[in-house]
Structure formats: structure tokens, C-alpha cells
Design a binder for this molecule. Structure first.
Ligand code: PFF
Ligand code: NA
Length: 459
């Protein structure tokens, strides 16, 4: 299989294992950790949901992350072509490439609303800079946020700014800049989250928050909650969207896929838990509602900043870092769509970025309006599962709860049941029982778990 050797395709490599970890972590760590994890944890009653989520990361997310990086590195091409190449080597139909196609579609849909939420974070950079949090109480901070949501013009502006920044980076070709920026910004975000947790400890409600997050009360766990935990494990690790496949194709042969995947999963999980530990003490000490929904971090953290020494400075820094985390994730979402257009339609990079980003921006307008003008527009009310869901809710549900787990299932079947075991052993080169463990989980546990949750939810 000489044609699989990297150099022939003429593609670049990550300069080191660390560079890959940084880029993959940059894609993984984003709004999913700081914005989404805390609010869905709040909506689903805490501990039991968190436990299921952690299980999903360990038993589904990590093995699939390894499988995706493996597909990329073994294939050595763009995601679609890597899958096609590996399928043909195993005598399989070229239709497996559709799996990658669905991933690209999921990336496109997710980016459309991700950019709107990224826009909220951009707007909060300005709010922090102008010192508007100082001395405000929960009600005033809440009003600040509702004011933003109620104003489609503002939301549209910030959504456009965020999407514009993403497009700018992607159009200019990305890797060098991202590698360097992420190396500095990720650790800073960590430090800042630690400071926030430190502040949260002083609220006197830290114990309550720890109990909320880690004491499982299974009576609060619904089937929809389990489905959200499953979906979020995929969302947060940026799985099923060709991103990790694409990144894997730039990974050197001598780097261990397993240990890098473990590192990325652990870092991602730590950021999510830190965000939870920073936010829930503020929720409880101010008598706020844990299930407040998508606005949770925007209604809690500013309260804390408003009471801290150097609060405005720290708030500004925090939202700048959040924007950066969101941006590195957004870039990784737009990149596969752009590469797909380049490859399929033969467009140049500038044109395909303009078209992909433009369409995504347009779809994002639907999400913008979901929070105000169209908040009563719930088009799929006739189906019980979708009742009361706005356009934003539907996009989120369709991608996280359906498309991503389905993509994960396909990856597990493709790698676990269709690729040759010898190729996998060669690619992972794991010692002792580890290979067998990964292989067994990917072949049996992953498909069974995903299918069970699907069927459970249908009934
Ligand atoms: N994984 C990133 C996050 O948790 O914020 C961003 C992201 C990328 C989310 C891709 C979802 C996704 F499908
Ligand atoms: Na994440």
C-alpha cells in the first residue's frame, strides 16, 4: 500500500503531537463546553445527567474519536476521499463516502446557529468593556440579556461579525495561525476558568453546586435527557463531522492516536466541568433557575464579574477567550464544507468560503429570529417530539440528537465491522489488552448504545 504513504499526497503535517492536540482541542473546546454543557445540565436536573454524559464520553465519544482520527490518518486525503479509499481497499461500496457527506451537512447546520451564539459572546465583549456589569443585580443582568435577544438587528450584527471572522480565517488558509494562537489562548482560558471557580467558592454555595453536578438523582433523568447527553458527547468532541478525520489526515505515523485522543477528551471534559463549577454556585447564591436555558452563562457570570475586584477586566478577558474558543471551533466546522466545495465543484478557496459562509450566515438568520420575531414559530408541532420547538431548537435537536449519533454509529460500523482488523492494529499499535478493549467497545457497545437510545426515544 505504497500509495498510502503520506508524502505522495503532498499534504502537510502537524509540526508535532502537541500541535495536533492543540488544534483538536481548539475544535473541541468551545461554546459546547462553556455555554451548552451548563445549560443542558441545568435543564436536565444535574448529577444523573452529568453521569450519563461522562459515560457517553468514555464509552462512545473517546472510541469514536480514535476511530475518526484513524480513518483520517490511514486514508491520508480529505474526509470523503479517505473514506472512499479505505472502503475500496476493503472491497466496499463507494457509497460509504456518503457518511462523510452527512458529516459535512451536520457541520454546516451546526455552524449556522453556533455563529449566532458566538455573536452573543462577541457582543458581551463590548458590554464588559463598557463596565455595564458593575454592581448590577440578577434582575438587571437578566434584563441586559433579554434586551439583546429581543433585538433582531443587534443579534444579526453580531452574528455577521462572528461569521465574518470565521470566513476571514478560513479564506486565508488556516493552520499556521491557529496552531500558534491556540497554544497561548487555551491555557489562558483554563486559568481564567480556575479564577472563576475560585470566586464561586467564595459565594458560600459551592457545596450545593458540587452536589447538584455530581450527586445523581435518577428520578430527574428523562429519556430525552439521556438522548441529549449522548448527542452532546458527540457535539462537544466535534465528532461525526469529518473534522477529526480531516485533522487526523495530517497526523504523523509515529504519534499514538489513543493517547492523543485521551488527552483531547480529558481536556474537553475538564473545561466543561470547570464551567459548571463556576456557574452553578452563582445560580444558587442568587436564587436563579438552573434550567434557565441557553442564556444561562450570560445571566450568571456577568453577575459574578460585577461583584469581583477587576471584574470588568476579567469579564472582558473571559468573553474574548470565549469568542476565541468559539472561533477555533467554528473554523473547524467551516473548513470541511469549504474543502468539499473545492473538491467537488472545483471552486477556488475564496469562492467556496464565500458561498459556504454566506449560505450558513443566511440560515443563521433563522436562528436570530427564533429568539424574537419568530419565537412563536414552531413549525413541527404536529409531531410530539418537536412540539414547541423553534427553528433554533429544531436545528439543535436534529444535529445533536439525530445526525451526530447516527454519524457515530456509521463510523463505528465502518471501522469496527468493515475495515480489516490488521489495518486497525497497525494504525493504533496498542499494547496489552487495550486494542481488544477499544475494538470490542466499538463493535458492540457503541452501536448497541446508540441504537438503544434511538429506539427508546421513538417509543
Ligand atoms: N466541539 C465544539 C464545542 O463543543 O463547542 C464546537 C462544535 C463543533 C460543536 C462541532 C459542535 C460541533 F458539531
Ligand atoms: Na467541546
Amino acid at each position: 500500500t505504497g500509495d498510502l504513504s503520506r508524502g505522495i499526497t503532498g499534504r502537510g503535517f502537524w509540526s508535532s503531537r502537541l500541535a495536533f492536540i492543540m488544534a483538536a482541542t481548539g475544535s473541541a473546546v468551545g461554546l459546547g463546553n462553556v455555554w451548552k454543557f451548563p445549560y443542558i445540565t441545568g435543564e436536565n436536573g444535574g448529577g444523573a445527567f452529568v453521569l450519563v454524559y461522562l459515560l457517553c464520553i468514555a464509552v462512545l465519544g473517546l472510541p469514536i474519536l480514535m476511530a475518526e482520527v484513524l480513518i483520517g490518518r490511514r486514508g491520508g486525503h480529505s474526509p470523503v476521499n479517505s473514506v472512499r479509499l479505505l472502503a475500496s481497499q476493503s472491497g466496499l461500496s463507494g457509497r460509504w463516502a456518503w457518511m462523510a457527506g452527512m458529516g459535512v451537512l451536520a457541520a454546516f447546520l451546526i455552524l449556522s446557529f453556533y455563529s449566532v451564539i458566538g455573536g452573543w459572546a462577541v457582543s458581551y465583549v463590548g458590554t464588559s468593556l463598557s463596565g455595564q456589569f458593575t454592581g448590577q443585580d440578577a434582575e438587571q443582568i437578566g434584563a441586559l440579556f433579554s434586551g439583546l435577544l429581543a433585538d433582531p438587528g443587534k443579534l444579526l450584527l453580531w452574528h455577521s461579525v462572528f461569521m465574518g471572522m470565521t470566513m476571514l480565517v478560513v479564506a486565508r488558509g488556516v493552520r499556521g495561525g491557529i496552531e500558534r494562537a491556540v497554544t497561548i489562548l487555551m491555557p489562558t482560558l483554563f486559568v481564567l476558568l480556575f479564577i472563576m471557580v475560585g470566586y464561586a467558592i467564595t459565594t458560600g454555595h459551592f457545596g450545593e453546586a458540587v452536589a447538584f453536578l455530581f450527586w445523581p438523582d435518577f428520578s430527574k433523568l428523562t429519556t430525552e435527557g439521556m438522548m441529549m447527553a449522548l448527542g452532546h458527547a458527540f457535539f462537544t468532541l466535534t465528532l461525526s463531522q469529518c473534522v477529526m478525520v480531516a485533522y487526523g489526515s495530517h497526523l504523523r505515523k509515529d504519534v499514538s492516536i489513543a493517547s492523543t485522543a485521551v488527552t483531547v477528551s480529558v481536556l474537553d471534559t475538564v473545561v466543561a466541568l470547570l464551567a459548571g463549577l463556576a456557574i452553578f454556585p452563582i445560580v444558587f447564591s442568587n436564587g436563579l433557575e438552573p434550567g434557565a436555558g441557553p442564556g444561562l452563562i450570560f445571566q450568571t457570570l456577568p453577575l459574578a464579574f460585577g461583584q469581583m475586584p477587576f471584574g470588568n477586566l476579567l469579564a472582558t478577558l473571559f468573553f474574548v477567550l470565549l469568542v476565541f474558543g468559539a472561533l477555533t471551533s467554528a473554523i473547524s466546522l467551516l473548513e470541511p464544507v469549504v474543502e468539499w466545495l473545492e473538491e467537488k465543484k472545483g471552486m477556488n478557496r475564496f469562492g467556496s468560503t464565500l458561498i459556504a459562509g454566506g449560505c450558513c450566515w443566511l440560515l443563521g438568520v433563522g436562528t436570530v429570529l427564533s429568539f424574537n420575531e419568530w419565537s412563536g414559530f414552531t413549525p413541527l408541532d404536529m409531531f410530539a417530539t418537536f412540539e414547541g420547538k423553534t427553528l433554533f431548537d429544531l436545528l439543535d435537536y436534529l444535529t445533536s440528537n439525530i445526525m451526530l449519533p447516527l454519524g457515530g454509529l456509521l463510523v463505528a460500523v465502518f471501522v469496527g465491522w468493515r475495515m480489516s482488523r490488521k489495518a486497525l492494529e497497525e494504525e493504533l499499535s496498542l499494547r496489552g489488552p487495550w486494542f481488544g478493549l477499544w475494538y470490542g467497545v466499538l463493535r458492540y457497545i457503541t452501536p448497541v448504545a446508540v441504537i438503544t437510545v434511538f429506539i427508546y426515544n421513538l417509543l
